[in-house]
Design a protein around this ligand. Structure first.
Ligand code: GSH
Length: 202
């Protein structure tokens, strides 16, 4: 039995989206990253960073949301959510790492400083800086998505799941995607997938 640790509004949502797209059975342990359960000795053995998500599948204990997604797709996808050619696989990694390294920090800052933190701990300078930092990578993404429904190989892949998971933090942080027309269209289409709704992403 696969076990996923991490509440749905955390980065565990990226993994929930994949598990749901693949129709896999799993046990869900809803650890809240702002709570104390993540510091329990038993959980720290699984994730010494005291973070979520963590996946356990038999003897495998895996952390890092996008690595978990790659594993699930390669192990259980039978070709679904993946691509055929090495060149396309490389693009799946490229867009996932682009999401993780060029976009994720700013997207998370937006939701933390607009919605999650107590009013007194919110910092408008961080919000302004995050919005500014997003401009260049979002323009690159917007250009890439011109005339395309998906990031890679003309099909829905795990790269789209990883990208949407990251961008959903900016949406939750009231970021206005309308100047990035292709990203806006793409995001609406992916978010309307039944698995995305079922997994509780938004
Ligand atoms: N790079 C990691 C980041 C994991 C992460 O930062 N998770 C957050 C919740 S979304 C967390 O557990 N934060 C609690 C903490 O860092 O103490 C991944 O993608 O899985």
């Amino acid at each position: 039995m696969i076990t996923l640790y991490g509440i749905e509004w955390s980065r565990a949502k990226y993994v929930l989206f994949t598990l749901t797209e693949l129709g896999l059975d799993f046990q869900h342990v809803r650890i809240n990253p702002f709570g104390e359960e993540k510091n329990a000795p038993e959980y720290l053995k699984l994730n010494p960073m005291a973070q979520v998500p963590t996946l356990v599948d038999g003897d495998l204990v895996l952390t890092e949301a996008m690595a978990i997604n790659f594993y699930l797709v390669r192990k259980y996808g039978s070709g679904k959510l993946w691509a055929e050619l090495p060149e396309e696989e490389a693009q799946i990694y490229k867009w996932s790492f682009f999401a993780a390294t060029q976009l994720e920090v700013s997207c998370v800052e937006l939701i933390l400083h607009r919605k999650v933190f107590d009013e007194k701990d919110r910092n408008p300078d961080i919000v302004r800086s995050a919005e500014k930092k997003l401009m260049k990578p979002l323009n690159v993404l917007n250009n890439h998505l011109a005339g395309k429904d998906f990031l890679v190989a003309g099909k829905f892949t795990v790269a789209d799941i990883n990208m949407t998971g990251v961008l959903s933090y900016a949406l939750g942080g009231e970021f206005d995607f309308s100047p990035y027309k292709n990203v806006d269209r793409y995001l609406s289409a992916v978010l309307s997938r039944p698995a995305c709704k079922e997994a509780g992403i938004v």
